[in-house]
Design a protein around this ligand. Structure first.
Ligand SMILES: *Cc1c(COP(=O)(O)O)cnc(C)c1O
Length: 465
C-alpha cells in the first residue's frame, strides 16, 4: 500500500490544505462562522489531472503520491469559494477529530438495530442518529424503522419500495419538479407513473393531482411529496395533498405518502413543522451531506416499523435481517452525522437556518436591485436567476443550469463575502455580454413568472423593492 497506509502515525495536519483552519482552532460547534480562504480573483475551473496508477519506484517525473495528493487538495481548497451551485455543506471543521477513524473499515451492513457478529460497525451511532430524526418527525422509538443510506436517492428508492410492497397495484404520483430519482424508482420497479404538473414556482399543482387521482380511482396512490424541490426549492404542501386525497375519496389503506425532504428536511422544522408521522405518511427521507453536512454522500430514511416486515429477509451470511437496499453500508457516515448533530444541536442548526435564509434574501434583493431576473421561494435557500450568458462564468461558479435559469444554493458555508464576490463578478460580466444591445438577457417569464422576469419585455412588471 506504500505511502497511503496508516502504518505511520496518522497526522491529520499533514493533509490540512492551505487556508483551512488548523485543528487547534476548531470545535466550538459554530461551524457556519468558520473563517475560510480570502476570496481572491476568480480561479479557473480545475483541469483533469490525468492521474495514472504507476508501479512503485517507476515514477521518474519526481512526483510522489503525497505530492500529487497535496496538489489536488490545494486545488480543491481554492475552488471551494466558488462552490455555490450545488447543495453541499462544506464546513467540515470536525475532520481532524474524526480522521483517525479512517484506520478502520466500518461496515453497517444489514439491520441497524441488530448488532453484527463483527465488531467493526457503527450501528450504535447510527441508531442515535435515527432516534434524533424520529424525534424530529414525531414518531415513537418503538414505532419506527430506518437506516442511514448512501444518499437521498437511496432513501427515495426505499420509501417508494415500501409503498409498492404495501400497495402492489399502486400508481406512483410525483410532480414534474420532483428529483430524477423518483422516475428512476418508477422505472426500476416497473410502476405506473403519473407526472403531476407544477406551478411556475415549482410547487405541485394540486388541481392536476386531483384530476389524476379521480381518473385512477380504482387503484391505490403512492405519492412522492417533495419538501424542497431540487431546482427551485419549492415545498409541496403535505396538508393540501392529504386533503385532496380525502376529497377524492381515498381512504388510509388506499394511499401511501413518501416525503422527499432531501435538502429542506432540516430547514422546515425550524420554521413551520409540516413533516410529522402523526399525519398519515409512510416514510421521510433526507440527504445527510446537504444541509447538515458530511464529507461523504449519505442520507437518512425513516418509515413505520409495521411496514417493514414485508421487506425484511433473514440473511444467514451476515447473521442479520436485511430490509435495506444496499449490502455493505458506510459505517463512517453515521459517526459524522452524529458528531455534527451533537456539536451543533438544535440551536446551532436553527442559527444555520436563519443565516442561510437571510443570506438567500440578501442575494435575491441585490440581484433584483441590479435589474436581474430572480426568484426565491418561501422557506427556501435556493435563489433562481437568469442563466448567465457565458459558459466560462457558469463553470467558474460551478452553477447548475436548466433552460434559461441557473441557481445559487445559499448553504451554511456560503458567506456574504462569497456572495458579494459572485454579484460583482456577474455585474461586471453582464456589462460586457450586453454592452451593445444586440444581445439581451433571456426572458424567464415562463420559468419563474412574469413578475420575477426583468427581460426587456417584462421589465415593467418587475418589482424592485
Ligand atoms: C438532492 C436531492 C435528492 C437526491 O439526493 P442524493 O443524496 O443526491 O442522492 C433527492 N431529492 C431531492 C429533492 C434532492 O434535492
Amino acid at each position: 500500500m506504500g505511502s497511503l497506509s496508516f502504518e505511520k502515525e496518522f497526522e491529520p495536519s499533514a493533509v490540512t490544505p492551505r487556508g483551512l483552519a488548523p485543528p487547534g482552532l476548531i470545535g466550538n460547534g459554530d461551524f457556519g462562522e468558520m473563517k475560510r480562504l480570502k476570496v481572491a480573483t476568480p480561479t479557473a475551473p480545475r483541469k483533469n489531472l490525468n492521474i495514472t496508477v504507476t508501479e512503485p519506484g517507476s515514477r521518474n517525473d519526481g512526483q510522489s503520491l503525497d505530492c500529487i495528493l497535496m496538489n489536488y487538495i490545494d486545488t480543491l481548497s481554492q475552488r471551494i469559494n466558488y462552490h455555490i451551485g450545488y447543495p453541499v455543506n462544506i464546513c467540515y471543521e470536525h475532520y481532524a477529530s474524526l480522521a483517525p477513524l479512517l484506520q478502520f473499515h466500518l461496515n453497517n451492513c444489514g439491520d441497524p438495530f441488530l448488532q453484527n457478529t463483527v465488531d467493526f460497525h457503527s450501528k450504535d451511532f447510527e441508531v442515535a442518529v435515527l432516534n434524533w430524526f424520529a424525534d424530529l418527525w414525531e414518531i415513537e422509538k418503538d414505532q419506527y424503522w430506518g437506516y442511514v443510506t448512501n444518499g437521498g436517492t437511496e432513501g427515495n428508492l426505499h420509501g417508494i419500495l415500501v409503498g409498492r410492497e404495501l400497495l402492489p397495484t399502486g400508481i406512483l404520483y410525483a410532480s414534474k419538479d420532483s428529483h430524477y430519482s423518483v422516475a428512476k424508482a418508477a422505472m426500476m420497479y416497473r410502476m405506473d407513473f403519473e407526472m403531476v404538473n407544477t406551478s411556475v414556482h415549482g410547487e405541485m399543482d394540486y388541481s392536476d393531482l386531483k384530476v389524476k387521482l379521480l381518473q385512477n380511482k380504482g387503484k391505490p396512490a403512492i405519492i412522492n411529496v417533495t419538501i424542497g424541490t431540487t431546482f427551485k426549492g419549492a415545498v409541496d404542501d403535505l396538508d393540501v395533498i392529504l386533503q385532496t386525497l380525502k376529497d377524492c375519496g381515498y381512504t388510509y389503506d388506499q394511499f401511501y405518502i413518501h416525503c422527499d425532504a432531501a435538502l429542506n428536511g432540516l430547514i422546515i422544522p425550524f420554521i413551520k413543522n409540516m413533516i410529522s408521522f402523526k399525519k398519515p405518511i409512510g416514510s421521510v427521507t433526507i440527504s445527510g451531506h446537504k444541509f447538515l453536512g458530511c464529507p461523504m454522500p449519505c442520507g437518512i430514511q425513516i418509515t413505520r416499523k409495521s411496514y417493514i416486515n414485508n421487506l425484511s429477509r433473514k440473511v444467514e451470511y451476515i447473521a442479520s435481517v436485511d430490509a435495506t437496499i444496499s449490502g455493505s453500508r458506510n459505517g463512517l457516515a453515521p459517526i459524522f452525522l452524529w458528531y455534527s448533530l451533537s456539536a451543533k444541536g438544535q440551536v446551532g442548526l436553527q442559527k444555520d437556518v436563519k443565516r442561510c435564509l437571510d443570506n438567500a434574501k440578501y442575494l435575491k434583493d441585490r440581484l433584483q436591485q441590479a435589474g436581474i431576473s430572480v426568484m426565491l421561494n418561501e422557506l427556501s435557500i435556493i435563489v433562481v436567476l437568469e442563466r448567465p450568458r457565458d459558459h466560462e462564468f457558469v463553470r467558474r461558479w460551478q452553477l447548475s443550469c436548466v433552460r434559461d435559469m441557473a441557481h445559487v444554493i445559499v448553504m451554511p458555508g456560503i458567506t456574504r463575502e462569497i456572495l458579494d464576490s459572485f454579484i460583482n463578478d456577474l455585474l461586471q460580466q453582464r456589462k460586457k455580454w450586453y454592452k451593445d444591445g444586440n444581445v439581451t438577457p433571456p426572458c424567464v417569464a415562463e420559468d419563474i413568472g412574469a413578475q420575477n422576469c426583468a427581460c426587456s419585455y417584462h421589465k415593467i412588471d418587475f418589482i424592485i423593492p
